[in-house]
Structure formats: C-alpha cells, structure tokens
Design a protein around this ligand. Structure first.
Ligand SMILES: C[S@@+](CC[C@H](N)C(=O)[O-])C[C@H]1O[C@@H](n2cnc3c(N)ncnc32)[C@H](O)[C@@H]1O
Length: 189
C-alpha cells in the first residue's frame, strides 16, 4: 500500500488498521492499532478506497455486516470497498495433511461468507488474481513455524513440527505455486 501510495502520488496518506501492533509498517502509511469496526464506526473521514485484504474470514457474519455498513458510510460517492480473500477453488497453498484438512474446513465457511457478500444489494463486481510464488522451502518452513496463516494458529508445537517434517519430505528445495485470491468490489452510488 505504501509503494502504491508513492506511485499514485496520493495526496493523503493511506490509513492502515490492525488490532495487532506492526513495528515494521511502511512509513508512507498512517498505521493505527485499532479494531477496524471501532475505527470505521467512529470515523468522520471519507475514503475513495477501503481495502479488506485476507481478513474478512476472521469476522463473524454479524460483524461482517457491521464493518461493511460502516465502511460503506465512510466512502465518497464513487468510492469502492475491495475485499480480497483466498480463492477456495483449486487452491495451491503448500500444505501438510492436517493443515489441508483444516484449511478445507475453513474454506467451507469462507464460501458461505462469499455467497452472502454476493447477495448484498450493493453495486458489485468480482475479479480473480493469480500470484506466481517461488519460495525457498526453508523460508516456507519458517513461515509454517511462525503460523503464518490463521489455519495454523490453533496447532500445537507437535502438530507444527510433524507438518514441517511432512513438507520437508514432499516438496522440492524451491516451492512453486499460484497464490490465488478472489476479489469483490462494492461501489458506492
Ligand atoms: C491474514 S492477516 C492479513 C494481513 C494483511 N491484510 C495482508 O493481507 O497481508 C489478518 C490480519 O487481520 C487482523 N485483524 C483481525 N481482526 C481485526 C479487526 N477486528 N480489526 C483490525 N484488524 C484485524 C489480524 O491482526 C491480522 O494481522
């Protein structure tokens, strides 16, 4: 977002929200450690773009309604809400067996959320993105150890270390895959 802000020579600094503190945030972003619902619920500013990337699945349906209502009110006319989330179809994320099982379970919930979003009575369009990833296996294993994806957050140390062994056996030194995201764009009329 920081580099995009420079590239587009944005007049106002983009605001970035997260409930967790991020020490390594880009200085071109005005970072706030706050719950997005709380921030948008009290917000008086108007935005051209509100980007919710790989986060919508962490909210329950009631909170999704809330965040979208507040986000919509925080948009300029013609402004957009862009929601990016993992594509649940033919997902290529490198996994070990337990991780794949849990990921597929969470995809069922994600699909339900997606269907609800598509039914909303707001002007919308959809898009898909494919990012070609080439990552060294040892780097990916570190990410697994750090539980880089929410699916891994509830795994205990033994499950993580078994998973690391499994990935070590089943993948080559360089892991190549397509990181597939789908996107829904809501426009304020
Ligand atoms: C999977 S990460 C995605 C981070 C980033 N958007 C990206 O795409 O790289 C999900 C992030 O959402 C944050 N998060 C979860 N609930 C939130 C909330 N209610 N308000 C703001 N951030 C939240 C988490 O702390 C986490 O950093």
């Amino acid at each position: 977002m920081g580099s995009l802000s420079s590239k587009l020579k944005l007049i106002n600094k983009p605001v970035g929200l997260d409930i967790e503190n991020h020490k390594d945030f880009d200085k071109r972003i005005s970072f706030k450690k706050i719950n997005a619902i709380q921030y948008l619920g009290n917000n008086k500013k108007k935005f051209d773009l509100i980007l919710i990337k790989q986060t919508i699945h962490l909210f329950n349906l009631k909170d999704i309604k809330k965040i979208l209502t507040y986000a919509y009110s925080s948009l300029e006319v013609g402004g957009i809400i862009l929601i990016l989330t993992l594509d649940t179809k033919d997902n290529e994320i490198p996994t070990f067996s337990l991780m794949k099982q849990k990921l597929n379970q969470s995809f069922k919930r994600d699909s339900l959320i997606w269907k609800k979003l598509l039914k909303l009575n707001i002007k919308k369009s959809t898009a898909s993105f494919n990012f070609k990833v080439n990552i060294k296996k040892n780097v990916y294993l570190k990410m697994i150890k750090q539980r880089y994806i929410s699916t891994l957050l509830n795994f205990n140390s033994l499950q993580i270390s078994n998973g690391i062994n499994e990935i070590n056996l089943n993948y080559k030194k360089n892991i190549l895959f397509n990181d597939k995201l789908k996107c829904i764009i809501f426009t304020k009329l």
